[in-house]
Design a protein around this ligand. Sequence first.
Ligand SMILES: *Cc1c(COP(=O)(O)O)cnc(C)c1O
Length: 378
Amino acid sequence: MIEKLNTPIYVTQPALPPLEEFTELLKQIWDNKILTNNGPFHRQFENELAEYLGVKYISVFTNGTLALMTALQALRITGEVITTPFSFVATTHSLWWNNIKPVFADIDPDYFNLDPEKVEAAITPQTTAIMPVHVYGNPCKLEVFQRIADTYGLKLIYDAAHAFGVKVNGESVLNFGDLSILSFHATKVFNTIEGGAIICHDEKTKQRIDYLKNFGFADETTVIAPGINAKMNELQAAYGLLQLKYVDGNIGKRKAIADIYRVHLQDVPGIRCLPDIEGVNHAYSYFPVLVDSSGYGRTRDEIYEELKRHNIFGRRYFYPLISQFPTYRGLSSSRPDNLPIATKIAEQVICLPIYPELSFDIVKSISEIISSYQNPSK
Ligand SMILES: *Cc1c(COP(=O)(O)O)cnc(C)c1O
């Protein structure tokens, strides 16, 4: 019997840079009095981020949602966009805020990313773009999506909010598609408290994105579009520069935790963990497990409640599906019979705690609770 923990364990806990290092940078800001508007830390952060990630052009934002909304503006996306119901709501909300109709397609059963075949089947004359998500940081079928986009003349915008630092055969996933979006929210692998970015592949697009995130100003008196205010401030950029020094170590700790879960859960009937993919550098942003109640003898929600009784708070990412929220459930593509795999996975998934400071002993206890709670006789 595992005791209830004294302090609650949540699905994540943000990693912060050393306070002394941050106060040093704050002193510089207090001296130069530059707080925002593409200041020195903002410029340095973009340069160092691009280098770290292995991308050509990056523009940092107030948050990932404004980056998504601005990406759609930058490419003048209209009409219908095909996307996944198995994501955080902001993916679809960014379409809604741009007056674009979201069209949901089903996901693949292995890694829960948008299924390219289902996307192709959902294309209409109104379709202008595809917006897949690298769910949990596992890369989408990059070449297949590009081929579909090229064949039908569609733009391809990846929501890469979970895929910070993820590489496929040494190449950043962020270099695929027309644009990719990152989130640096407190709950993500790499945080700037709140923050986000758009990655693009040419200087002119970067220029347009930079205008759009600053009200559309091209110079003091020229406004080229109804832009928004989505600039990252100097305090966050300075904080982000420090985070870059520690992110590799943090991802290493996440990997060690994922390995412990996998070893301890591999023989539990009805419990499935997602294996690493060969040739991929993972970021271990989440640790999802799937609960098949016919093998495990209890449901995902029962595990969720059992963990809560031990003061451990997993999260059912992504349940409910985006297509089930009131704003979207009236769309014809939201019908569960159009999304059978997403519907099933949303019922089975729970994300277990994973963050750099989580102790290995607690990871083992969580695994033990799940293992001893099985009820195969049922
Ligand atoms: C976190 C997240 C976002 C939103 O990013 P914010 O920085 O919180 O605005 C968008 N899409 C996905 C898939 C996310 O996980």
